[in-house]
Design a protein around this ligand. Structure first.
Ligand code: ATP
Ligand code: MG
Length: 411
């Protein structure tokens, strides 16, 4: 008998629904993760109650996805998603069902879910409800579609990518039939929105096994969603790059940047914008990639300039990236490949520069544009150019960062 420790608030919700004559279970990812002894990301509840019933029973609710039957119940500032049992209507476009039909039957709800390991429900009274042998697949570490894989991938092509990302998340294999269907239908991923693809790719890249991007490549997935991977493969550097990705600490920016070390700043920008990433991600990743094409700083003065040129706000992330990068095969061209001492030097000097508040930006200069105008420099682009020149002088020699020395430099 499998017993899952359900958090107090989730129990309260399930009990309240049951007390009122409805069925209610935890379902999906949380059941899977709890059985695997992993802390679930969130606790989703599935119920026979209609959304309006759920709203009637609880004080504080939010209509998160009411048209799909999802209501969020707030308890102690945490939200719990409660979704009415549903059948996904006919899929017309390989993306979303034409309509959502609510049902009173748990089996129907489990049947519409993507993989057997994601199609289990549980509550304290009935124990585990496992209609598709999710437990067997968890034991054997297998990702397998519920029902016929081709049908399921034809309904929603995103599931093809999800198969690989769950395999990567959990360190599982993909069942042969599911794999064959994925290979056959992966080109349908072109119908899927970039936002949905981005979410799944991000989870794959942030997993313990990002090298499974290679599997995604073999299945024809990356050709549609992240063609850069196929390019790396054809240039015979994919293994090297994925080893770098895997060794990078699990940080969203570092891991994504690692995929572009054989690319350019511009291309990184284009690819990440194409995946509809936020500006911060696009900016940080592309600027780090750009910085990699410059010579690595060798002296403290060069480091100050490098901080300015790379960007004060991102240098921290950049140094963390370099730590992984310089220890990897990919950095062979830098002349610093495997050079631990260099990384320690860079990190130490960088910390010290920050601690000493040494000037590495225009706003750290002891004079500003107005001072230059007062000193008779004409308005316009000359001001900016002069400030820049002074900044470089200061980054070379920090002791020059005072009004007197800087004004002297004007002559
Ligand atoms: P994670 O912990 O990574 O969030 P998860 O299993 O909770 O994993 P979600 O994407 O949050 O994954 O989806 C929650 C559940 O909804 C899944 O476990 C699955 O049962 C179902 N599901 C999600 N997306 C699909 C889909 N495209 N097709 C069928 N079922 C899906
Ligand atoms: Mg989830």
């Amino acid at each position: 008998m499998i017993a899952i420790e359900i958090p107090k608030n989730v129990k309260i919700i399930i009990n309240e629904l049951r007390k009122n004559g409805y069925e209610a279970y935890i379902v999906g990812g949380c059941v899977r993760d709890a059985i695997l002894d992993k802390e679930p990301n969130d606790w989703d509840i599935t119920t026979s109650a209609m959304p309006e019933d759920v709203k009637r029973l609880f004080n504080r609710t939010i209509d998160t996805g009411i048209q799909h039957g999802t209501v969020t119940v707030m308890i102690d500032k945490t939200g719990y998603e409660i979704t009415t049992y549903r059948i996904d209507g006919e899929y017309e476009d390989g993306r979303h069902p034409k309509e959502v039909i609510f049902t009173r039957n748990l089996y129907e709800d489990l049947k519409r879910r993507d993989f057997t390991i994601n199609a289990m429900a549980y509550n304290d009274e009935d124990g585990l409800v496992d209609e598709f042998n999710g437990i067997g697949d968890l034991d054997n570490k297998i990702i397998r579609c519920v029902g016929n894989p081709e049908d399921r991938f034809n309904e929603d092509a995103l599931r093809i990518l999800r198969a690989v990302r769950f395999a990567a998340n959990l360190g599982f294999d993909i069942d042969e039939k599911t794999r064959e269907a994925a290979l056959k239908l992966s080109s349908n991923l072109k119908k899927i929105s970039k936002e949905r693809i981005q979410t799944e790719l991000d989870k794959l890249i942030m997993s313990d096994n990002p090298e499974m991007l290679e599997t995604a490549c073999e299945l024809g997935i990356t050709d549609v969603v992240l063609n850069e991977i196929d390019r790396l493969k054809s240039e015979k550097v994919l293994d090297e790059v994925l080893a770098l990705t895997k060794n990078m600490e699990k940080n969203h920016y570092l891991r994504w940047t690692s995929l572009f070390v054989y690319s350019s700043r511009e291309k990184t920008k284009t690819i990440l914008s194409g995946l509809k990433f936020d500006n911060k991600t696009i900016n940080i990743c592309s600027r780090i990639v750009g910085a990699l094409s410059r010579k690595l700083p060798e002296t403290r003065a060069e480091i100050r300039k490098d901080i300015f040129e790379t960007g004060n706000e991102i240098y921290d992330v950049y140094v963390r990236f370099l730590k992984g990068y310089l220890m990897s095969e990919c950095s062979k061209g830098t002349g610093k490949c495997g050079d631990r001492e260099y990384i320690d030097f860079l990190q130490r000097e960088y910390e010290d520069i920050k601690k000493n508040n040494e000037c590495t930006s225009l706003k750290g200069l002891a004079i500003n544009g107005k001072d230059l105008m007062d000193a008779g420099i004409e308005k316009g682009s000359t001001i900016g150019e002069t400030l820049n020149r002074l900044l470089y002088a200061v980054m070379e020699k920090p002791e020059l960062n005072n009004r007197k020395d800087l004004l002297n430099l004007l002559n």
